[in-house]
Design a protein around this ligand. Structure first.
Ligand SMILES: Cc1cc2nc3c(=O)[nH]c(=O)nc-3n(C[C@H](O)[C@H](O)[C@H](O)COP(=O)(O)O)c2cc1C
Length: 357
């Protein structure tokens, strides 16, 4: 007999809460159950099939007959609990199509808006103590200023094809290792850690990577592709998933026809190598955020619109990217394409009109 490896135990008088953070279940144990569990933790071979408590601990999944695979994790248990505990969140019902998504999302927003919003301003700074700042002037190169002003999240795409040229530009300028930076490389940087991107990277490790989801790009077969930043090449890892993209991305079916997406992943093993403390876990997400924004600004400068999400089915995405069971984890998704520039999809706009009529 074995103790299920993805458990933590919280003292909550008068008993204990055993939290299965992988399967998202909790069990409250009284003194008898807690005492017996402590005995079994100390020696799992004490398991007695005639003891009712033992059999209940087994059927609750706190004990397991076979040893459960537990891949290596390079930081402390706290970050592991948080990482795994916030993955594959059970969803009672994921919207099956764009109409259902619109109805459920509108109901959710109405529920949220029915409760008071947190104050938007910092409370202790009076208006008369504030110093007005000069208005922004034009930047030397207008394209950055324009991209910053024009980037917006759109939820209505035409599905039109993108060019391979645009994909190359997007990938090189967001994730590629910039040859231009080779020319002014600092001698003090350790060998093999000199690759630089347009976005900063924690420890210069370039822990984040990218996988392209290609749905409609000229001269490129639809599918999932790994991007190789040193060579600026891609290689196909899988065909497009069978279910609609929205099924993978939290039921958000309005992006089913996005021509291009990018899954941003992080190689935790690279961070483990240099940063022992789990605070570095936070840095993986910060780095992904930098890459996501850079990707969106480039796409905007190319005349495309953008969309982004962190809501996805982790397990299915890992399988799609062929990184399941590894130290590489998907963190974020960003996509782009031709859009009518609408913040909301047509179905949601129709629904709002219907509700307001
Ligand atoms: C971390 C993060 C997660 C987001 N997730 C979603 C999402 O799941 N679905 C979505 O439609 N928009 C998502 N957005 C987009 C926001 O709704 C959007 O940025 C916000 O409404 C501000 O609009 P703007 O991007 O046009 O400035 C996300 C944005 C961020 C930064």
């Amino acid at each position: 007999m074995h103790i299920y490896p993805y458990l933590f135990i919280l003292p909550r008088s008068p008993g204990l809460i055993v939290w299965n953070y992988k399967d998202h279940t909790q069990h409250e144990l009284d003194l008898n159950y807690s005492t017996r569990l402590a005995q079994l933790i100390s020696n799992p071979d004490l398991f007695d099939p005639h003891n009712i408590i033992d059999t209940q601990l087994l059927s609750a999944g706190i004990l397991t007959v076979s040893k459960i695979d537990n891949p290596p994790w390079g930081w402390d248990e706290l970050s592991k609990i948080y990482h795994i505990g916030t993955q594959n969140i059970p969803c009672e019902h994921s919207p099956q199509n764009i109409h259902e998504w619109s109805r459920l999302y509108l109901a959710h927003c109405n529920e949220v808006l029915a409760t008071p919003a947190p104050t938007t301003d910092r409370p202790m700074h009076a208006a008369e103590q504030r110093i007005a700042l000069p208005l922004p002037r034009g930047l030397n190169d207008d394209s950055l200023g324009n991209a910053l002003l024009q980037r917006k999240t759109c939820r209505s795409y035409t599905g039109a094809a993108m060019t391979l040229d645009d994909v190359g530009t997007l990938l090189y300028l967001s994730l590629g290792y910039l040859h231009e930076r080779d020319l002014n490389r600092d001698d003090s940087i350790a060998q093999d850690l000199g690759a630089r991107r347009s976005s900063p990277s924690g420890g210069g490790l370039n822990a984040c990577e990218g996988f392209l989801l290609v749905r409609n790009v000229d001269d490129l077969e639809p599918g999932i592709y790994a991007y190789h930043p040193a060579e600026h090449t891609i290689s196909r890892v899988n065909p497009l998933p069978q279910p609609a993209l929205g099924d993978l991305l939290g039921g958000q079916h309005f992006i089913n026809n996005l021509p291009l997406g990018l899954f941003i992943t992080a190689r935790f093993d690279r961070l483990w190598w240099k940063y022992e403390h789990s605070r570095a876990y936070r840095m993986a997400f910060v780095e992904a955020g930098h890459l996501s924004q850079t990707f969106q600004l480039i796409a905007t400068a190319l005349g495309l619109n953008t969309w982004l999400t962190g809501a996805f089915a982790d397990k299915q995405v890992e399988t799609l990217l062929k990184i399941e069971g590894s130290a590489e984890q998907p963190l974020f998704f960003v996509g782009c394409g031709e859009s009518d520039g609408q913040v909301m999809c047509q179905e949601m706009r129709d629904l709002l009109r219907e509700v307001q009529a």
